[in-house]
Design a protein around this ligand. Structure first.
Ligand code: PGA
Length: 251
């Protein structure tokens, strides 16, 4: 079935030395956990060093964002080729902090998804509702819009490279987690959207991660749910013991 996938989003934390130290501790503690995919997403400045630090291990490397053009005069931006050149295989796109702090909109996110796929970088498309949207009962409308817009013009053949992450914005960095039942319900809804767009077979193969205050204390019950295929972990990925415990969830 779907291989579990645990991704750490380091956001704008750590430095070269602390990032290398953490990456080595994760690679060392992981051993040959070949039954699950493990990804770390350091900031751009640390990518090359972290990639070197985990070389030969099962830890995959991803970025937290990228630009949708091949290259050019885009001060402060990073291209897909640059990410590929430092061993990235994944890129997080449309994270709620990109959407709500940096005002990235669905059409831009869609361009990034399409360009990542063209370059053979695997996108993790993040979607999720704000607290006021949840309270207004519009979670499904918001999530459907974000999934549909994010995947616009993505062909069936590319879907094997796409991961979706459902991250309710009110649960990110707040200590509040959606209940496993609530999260599983939204994941099942997302799977139904993928099924409408691409058919049942592809929807059954697409991995949908949950993100928002995932930690050692709640990962087991989240991962026990049928539609939760992994986790996108922020805070708890910044410390080797807690991230390793999340990776080694039991369900
Ligand atoms: P958190 O972040 O685990 O600290 O809530 C998750 C994310 O933003 O990807």
């Amino acid at each position: 079935m779907r291989k579990p996938f645990i991704a750490g989003n380091w956001k704008m934390f750590l430095t070269r030395s602390t990032g290398i130290e953490l990456a080595k501790a994760i690679a060392h503690g992981l051993g040959d956990a070949g039954d699950r995919d493990v990804l770390v997403c350091p900031s751009f400045a640390l990518l090359g060093d972290v990639a070197d630090a985990v070389k030969g291990s099962n830890v995959l490397i991803g970025a937290q964002n990228m630009h949708f053009e091949n290259e050019g005069a885009f001060t402060g931006e990073v291209s897909a080729d640059m990410l590929l050149s430092v061993s990235c295989s994944y890129v997080i796109l449309g994270h709620s902090e990109r959407r709500h702090v940096f005002h990235e909109k669905d059409p831009t996110i869609n361009k990034k998804i399409l360009f990542a796929l063209k370059k053979n970088l695997k996108p993790i498309l993040c979607v999720g509702e704000l607290l006021e949207e949840r309270e207004a009962g519009s979670t499904e409308t918001v999530v459907k819009d974000q999934v549909t817009s994010g995947l616009r013009e993505v062909g069936k053949d590319s879907m094997g490279s796409v991961t979706i992450a459902y991250e309710p914005v009110w649960a990110i960095g707040t200590g509040k987690t959606a209940t496993p039942e609530d999260a599983d319900g939204v994941h099942s809804f997302i799977r139904s959207i993928i099924s409408e767009l691409y058919g049942r077979e592809i929807s059954e193969k697409t991995r949908i991660l949950y993100g928002g205050s995932v930690k050692p204390g709640n990962v087991d019950e989240l991962m026990a749910k049928g539609n939760i295929d992994g986790a996108l972990v922020g805070g708890a990925s910044l410390e080797a013991d807690s991230f390793l415990r999340v990776i080694k969830f039991e369900s």
